[in-house]
Design a protein around this ligand. Structure first.
Ligand code: CU
Ligand code: ZN
Length: 158
């Protein structure tokens, strides 16, 4: 079994840990716990670069296909869509206490091989990801989810 973790940090008081596990060629299970977010839905993605030298901004450039991890050169979508970036994990629902505990099982984010997400990053957004269906000019690119408010680099574990 392959395992990875991302420690979530932010200048806005958001923190948490996201764990990833994958058995063989099976789907990857993402188990996360974060606090300090505003209640409601927040876009949650794997971004291409594991670079936080300029905060969450350096995890990928808007309007370039490298923003959300996208090895198959598809449009932005929701996790259930055929036409989606590999990194499109949808939204995380944050409760009134500002915390979210969630589990996502997804087959597009392996921890090994040419399309591995190890060494890339996970990002939480200020707003809701419209899953490509919002009709905004950014819907098919980013889901128009707003600013990146917290992120962490996905590192393999022993
Ligand atoms: Cu994102
Ligand atoms: Zn996307």
């Amino acid at each position: 079994m392959l395992k990875a973790v991302a420690v979530i940090t932010s200048s806005e008081g958001i923190s948490g840990k996201i764990f990833f596990t994958q058995e063989g060629d099976g789907p990857t299970t993402v188990t996360g716990s974060v606090s300090g977010l505003k209640p409601g839905l927040h876009g949650f993605h794997v971004h291409t670069f594991g670079d936080t030298t300029n905060g969450c901004l350096s995890t990928g450039i808007v309007n370039w296909q490298g923003l959300h991890f996208n090895p198959a050169s598809k449009d932005h979508g929701g996790p259930e869509d055929e036409n989606r970036h590999a990194g499109d994990l949808g939204n995380v629902n944050v409760g009134d206490d500002g915390t979210a505990n969630f589990t996502i099982v997804d087959k597009h984010i392996p921890l090994s091989g040419p399309h591995s997400i190890a060494g890339r990053s996970v990002v939480f957004h200020e707003g809701r990801d419209d899953l490509g269906k919002g009709g905004h000019e950014l819907s098919k690119i980013t889901g128009n989810a707003g600013d990146r408010i917290a992120c962490g680099i996905i590192g393999l574990q022993e």
